[in-house]
Write a protein that binds this ligand. Structure first.
Ligand code: NAG
Length: 495
């Protein structure tokens, strides 16, 4: 008896000292039935695997766990395992013990599959100074579980929260996290209840977005209306966003949100459901990340952590979870590694693949290629192989490369081939022209990683430049010679 009560007291003290999000939801009577994060444990006692990565070199896998129970992911273990090769996230484990793990999403009604897996290192952050990685979802990337345990179905109550990157979004359908169809097909209004983040809209918030909306199937909603705007649902400008959606029987649901780095949650909407097929709900209980319920996969965003609960969480419970998220200390960290490519400098890129080391990245018209260039070539040739390093057009933590002979034109990927194109000012161009140089994968120079598709790197293949993924579907993605072909020595510009 004495031992039991001592243990109980210890457990209670531990929860008071360091309650994590799922401890808080349990205390509120709305326990987590799925808990996903690549950055940290969401129970104070959780020390199991957070996620699994697979490396391309030998297809080996490693499970990444917190550094200590309740702690931040052991990112150093990933870095060491993935050194000299490329890694993708294969599994995001469910921390609740219900095995509601997220893995590669299969084909669905809206898009073939399986979907792509996220680069393991596409979304580095720190939590109270400790490095961790989020899940960077490029278009075509998605995770899913269609055979879940304990997730709300029908009109049953549930709550969801997720932490996203508020600066990574687009207008494609649909960067979601939450409850979806078990068939990966659109089975009608009210068959989903997921958090959406981006600028796609049914009804929407104020301004031009991005917004936290709810994907309820056949519509993104911020109110009971399928169109129009809700002034209390703001355009998000924070780097880290806490997004909340919840629903319960009796025709009640809500959207809430806030800044994951400070402050409290605000209620963006709380009220009745849309009228045509959403009351009662017909939730099916699958879980999606980065895609729509029918596997629509045109969206992008970054996920750090999220849960699904049983029961409709009280606002006060969610407010405590928000306080815990703020205390977790999410912050940005460098997106680059290896030799610095200094903004304002002018550079050349020399191939390191044996047999081709006299070749440099150059361009002929809009096509980016490799050419043999020396100091004795014509000025025109030398300029074609020379690039201005400017602040990344799509993310100032990375860089863009402006052609020295065609000012205002930049290297961008399109169809995963590289082109020199004039900046058209669009979000898509800016992101396609943004690259985050890494330490050279073969130990030489830099490997130039796409910001928007971090599984893709500058790669020369038959003397043409691509944004290639290691073992991807195109001929230029071939694994043979990939690591050498994506490694370039950055030097002074020729002209
Ligand atoms: C640059 O000069 C070298 C040696 O003179 C020559 O082999 C090469 O073809 C020239 N490059 C171009 C792109 O003309």
């Amino acid at each position: 008896m004495f031992q039991f009560s001592s243990l109980l007291a210890l457990v209670l003290v531990a929860q008071l000292v360091a309650a994590a999000p799922c401890d808080i939801y349990a205390s509120g009577g709305t326990p987590c039935v799925a808990a996903h994060s690549t950055t940290r444990a969401l129970f104070s006692a959780y020390s199991g695997s957070l996620y699994q990565v697979q490396r391309a070199s030998d297809s080996g896998t490693i499970n990444i766990a917190p550094l200590s129970a309740g702690g931040v992911a052991n990112a150093a273990a990933q870095d060491s395992f993935c050194a000299g090769t490329t890694c993708v996230i294969t599994t995001i484990f469910d921390q609740t013990g219900r095995s509601n793990h997220l893995t590669q999403a299969p084909a669905g009604g809206a898009a073939g599959g399986p979907d792509n897996l996220a680069a393991a290192d596409g979304a580095p952050v720190t939590l109270n100074g400790q490095k961790a990685y989020g899940v960077f979802i490029s278009p075509g990337t998605g995770y899913r579980n269609d055979k879940t345990n304990g997730i709300a179905t029908g009109d049953a109550a549930e709550g969801l929260y997720a932490v996203f990157d508020g600066t990574h979004f687009n207008g494609g359908c649909c960067f979601d996290y939450g409850n979806a169809e078990t068939s990966a097909d659109d089975t009608g209004n009210g068959h989903m209840e997921a958090i959406y983040f981006g600028t796609a809209r049914g009804s929407a918030g104020a301004g031009s977005g991005p917004w936290v909306l709810a994907d309820l199937e056949n519509g993104l909603y911020t109110s009971a209306s399928s169109t129009g705007t809700t002034a209390s649902n703001p355009t998000i400008t924070e780097r880290f966003v806490t997004a909340v959606v919840k629903g319960e029987p009796g025709n009640q649901w809500a959207i809430r949100g806030g800044n994951s780095q400070s402050g409290s949650l605000s209620t963006f909407y709380s009220g009745v459901r849309p009228s045509n097929g959403y009351n009662p709900m017909s939730k099916e209980g699958a879980i999606i990340l980065g895609i729509g319920g029918d596997n629509s996969d045109a969206s992008q965003g970054t996920f750090y952590e999220g849960v699904m609960t049983s029961g409709y969480p009280a606002d006060a419970t969610e407010n405590s979870v928000q306080a815990n998220i703020v205390a977790a200390g999410y912050a940005v960290t460098s997106l680059t590694s290896g030799p610095a490519l200094t903004v304002g400098s002018a550079v050349s890129f020399r191939v390191t693949t044996p047999g081709f080391t006299t070749r440099f990245i150059a361009h002929t018209g809009t096509q980016v290629n490799t050419q043999v260039v020396t100091s004795s070539n014509t000025t025109a040739v030398k300029q074609s192989a020379s690039w201005n390093v400017v602040a990344g057009l799509g993310n100032s933590g990375c860089v863009s490369f402006e052609s020295r002979d065609t000012p205002g034109s930049f290297i961008r990927h399109s169809g995963f081939e590289l082109f020199v194109n004039a900046n058209d000012g669009s979000q898509l161009f800016h992101e396609d022209a943004t690259y985050c140089p890494q330490a050279g994968k073969n130990g030489q120079g830099n490997s130039i990683r796409s910001w928007s598709y971090p599984t893709h790197y500058f790669r020369h293949f038959n003397a043409i430049l691509y944004a290639a993924s290691n073992g991807g579907p195109s001929d230029f993605d071939a694994t043979a010679s990939y690591i050498n072909d994506i490694s370039f020595v950055v030097g002074a510009s020729f002209a």
